[in-house]
Design a protein around this ligand. Structure first.
Ligand code: IPE
Ligand code: IPE
Ligand code: MG
Length: 263
């Protein structure tokens, strides 16, 4: 049985969908005179703590940017280490995922992953599929431009086959062709290690997400830093282009409001 939800009162709204650009593993290690891979290894402990805390606090969806399509350009030894670490993480954390009622889903060009990592990911997805707690999405070989390219290709095929009328295409049609259309857009995106960019992460889905950047490197991002980010979010006013402060509080409620207007 998952533990009961314990949500801290941070004095304002709480994000339903949290997304994290987990950056700075290499710098964390280099600052300590260690090889970059030690930063990746330590980063796993931050993943475990973030997943567990988010599940306990009742976050509905957590998306972790773990490996981008551009990250394949890194030295072969580092890529191989990261892929082994992914597989190890999935095997070691299955019990924690089950204990916390977490459902796991990969997001990205998963066919690019080495066979063993891909199979372990698929097994873990199957094993956790019936959990009804938090959805954990691991962005792997993920790139937003690739996702939009893949979506455009499928959409063009449907138009060419007469299944889709080009005049009927709107935001929600486009969403339907993305990798995971059911999950509402992130309410809050956290980036660690201080860079002020999205690095090809969920460009379409982050249109109205709140952004929080911390200088803390990912291996040092733990519960206190997570609470700092959630506290900052609680103080944000989201207008979604409107004027009223008592409008939608989350991407999910903004989407419902849009759907209501359309019908
Ligand atoms: C993030 O840390 C992990 C991945 C991108 C896989 P980095 O490896 O990018 O660490 P820095 O940014 O070089 O310090
Ligand atoms: C973003 O970090 C990708 C992940 C966290 C997986 P990078 O380190 O790859 O991004 P850049 O190169 O600093 O933009
Ligand atoms: Mg980096």
């Amino acid at each position: 049985m998952p533990e009961p939800i314990e949500r801290p009162d941070l004095g304002g709204p709480f994000p339903e969908h949290l997304a994290v650009i987990m950056d700075g593993n290499g710098r964390w290690a280099e600052q300590r005179g260690l090889r970059r891979v030690f930063g990746h290894r330590e980063g796993v402990n931050s993943v475990r703590e973030t997943v567990t805390e988010c599940a306990r606090m009742g976050v509905k969806s957590l998306t972790l940017y773990a490996f981008s399509v551009e990250n394949w350009k890194r030295p072969r030894v580092e890529v191989r280490y990261l892929m082994r670490l992914l597989r190890r993480f999935l095997l070691d954390e299955r019990a924690t995922l089950m204990d916390n009622g977490v459902r796991l889903r990969g997001l990205g060009r998963l066919a690019d992953l080495p066979g063993e990592a891909r199979r372990t990911l698929e097994e873990t997805e199957r094993l956790t599929a019936r959990n009804d707690g938090m959805l954990l999405r691991l962005a792997l070989s993920y790139g937003s431009r690739t996702e939009l390219g893949d979506a455009a290709r499928s959409l063009a095929r449907d138009v060419a086959a007469g299944r889709l009328d080009p005049e009927a295409i709107d935001d929600e049609t486009l969403r339907g062709y993305l990798y995971d259309p059911e999950t509402p857009d992130p309410d809050l995106v956290i980036r660690t290690a201080g860079e002020l960019r999205l690095s090809n992460f969920l460009l379409w889905q982050c249109s109205y997400s709140e952004l929080f950047v911390t200088d803390v490197c990912w291996p040092e991002f733990r519960k206190p830093q997570l609470l700092d980010a959630l506290r900052a979010y609680a103080g944000r006013v989201r207008r979604f282009g409107g004027l009223i402060d008592d409008g939608p509080r989350t991407e999910a409620s903004a989407r419902q409001a849009r759907a209501g207007r359309a019908s």
